[in-house]
Design a protein. Structure first.
Length: 415
């Protein structure tokens, strides 16, 4: 589908959302009404982040937390690695989770046997499809790639496994060869094709065109596995879903190699609020999951992180805080409780009197407009001096000093 047609869809979608044409019969694309499923690869691709290692107990706990949220499929690791990796995968399989448990494999039959040994009900069979990978990484040929993938897929299907065939570096693969590869995967019994933007070079428009063309030509379910090198992983995932993909590959907080992957919490909430697709996940657990994964990975969870960062619902600017206090919807598209957070009115340099009054009301102190103005002046001065917002105790001290000064001025007949 051309970009012109895509823009037409976006145009009518926006008109409908804004109510410009409430009586117009706006047709939503078929892709946006289908069942969309999530495969989380935090335990595989997320752990491949440079310097990240999960303990076995952490892997099991993360898998359980993902399952509790409602994730459809969990890619738990690479069974052929053996040792602790294989033990952790077996323990996750034995945990009796509702989610499908997927093992990652090369297009090698012995790899798949290790996944079978672990009890996985699904396998990812991954092999490079771009010429630069085939030549320089695999030292192989296009024909041998398809042959290896087909044999591995047929072996997996004989053992009643769900199969995702992964086209690694699909975004740089010759389009005609990618179609040939996808058709061979389908003929070998693959349940879906994982389209990997391995080095994160696509934008939403090219993703839409590529995925729409691939699905229309081959007729196979497609999973989107997008990397975030240009900060577009979530946007590219949404574009691919609009084009007809049925699976979104994600990691918690976007953990992954280099700049990471599409983030679980971003994709789920964007689908719900931007595309009216509610996956019915227990999103209240997002914050706990994000904090645990970040801790286990040894990575800080930024306060400005989309969806689960504490700044998502923190308001300091006087205009914003005033609006949020009157009606949170003025500056919040989702509620903090929905993702496990709380709303915060931050008192600092940019605060206004409405925030000051609201904050002191929490302490049981009702301020007049005059008092709020006086205290605000001291708040701004201290915030500039300290180069940060103020803590509750500091605000109380400012209030006490302000009241003493007022009392002193009264006694001196100056107020």
């Amino acid at each position: 589908m051309t970009n012109y047609i895509l823009w037409q869809e976006i145009y009518y979608f926006i008109k409908n959302i804004l109510g410009i044409c409430p009586n117009e019969n706006v047709q939503r694309s078929e892709s946006m009404t289908r069942k969309i499923k999530i495969v989380d690869t935090t335990l595989r691709d997320g752990e491949q982040t440079a310097g990240v290692v999960f303990a076995n107990s952490e892997k099991i706990r993360i898998a359980k937390m993902l399952d509790a949220i409602g994730v459809d499929q969990i890619e738990v690791g690479i069974p052929v690695m053996g040792g602790d990796e294989k033990k952790a995968i077996k323990d996750i399989v034995d945990a009796g989770l509702n989610a499908s448990i997927m093992g990652w494999n090369r297009a090698v039959i012995s790899d798949i046997q290790h996944s079978i040994d672990c009890g996985c009900d699904a396998v990812a069979i991954s092999i490079s499809t771009s010429d630069i990978h085939i030549k320089n990484k695999l030292n192989s040929t296009r024909e041998k790639v398809i042959e290896a993938m087909s044999k591995a897929c047929e072996f997996a299907k004989k053992h009643n496994l769900y199969v995702s065939v992964n086209a690694e570096d699909a975004s740089r693969t010759d389009p005609d060869y990618l179609i040939q590869f996808a058709e061979a995967a389908k003929n070998a019994g693959a349940d879906r094709l994982r389209f990997c933007d391995t080095i994160g070079i696509l934008d939403p428009f090219s993703v839409y065109d590529k995925i729409k063309w691939l699905i229309d030509t081959v007729g196979i379910d497609v999973e989107l596995h997008m990397h975030n090198d240009f900060g577009l992983a979530t946007a590219n995932t949404l574009a691919g879903i609009r084009a007809g993909a049925t699976w979104a590959g994600v990691t918690v907080v976007g953990l992954g190699e280099r700049a990471g992957n599409a983030a679980l919490e971003e994709v789920v909430m964007a689908l719900k609020y931007l595309h009216n697709i509610d996956l019915n996940y227990d999103t209240k657990q997002f914050l706990d999951l994000a904090r645990y994964v970040s801790l286990a990975a040894g990575r800080d969870l930024p306060s400005w992180k989309a969806i689960v960062g504490t700044n998502m619902f923190a308001h300091e600017s006087g205009i914003h805080a005033d609006g949020a206090l009157k009606d949170p919807r003025t500056y919040e598209v989702i509620t903090p409780e929905e993702v496990g957070l709380e709303r915060q009115i931050v008192i600092g340099k940019h605060s206004g009197t409405a925030s000051i009054k609201a904050k002191f009301a929490e302490y049981g102190i009702k301020l007049s407009e005059e008092d709020a103005q006086g205290i605000l002046s001291e708040v701004r001065s201290m915030a500039v001096e300290l180069k940060r917002p103020l803590f509750d105790k500091e605000l109380v001290h400012i209030y006490e000093d302000y009241k003493k000064n007022i009392e002193t001025m009264k006694n001196a007949g100056l107020a």
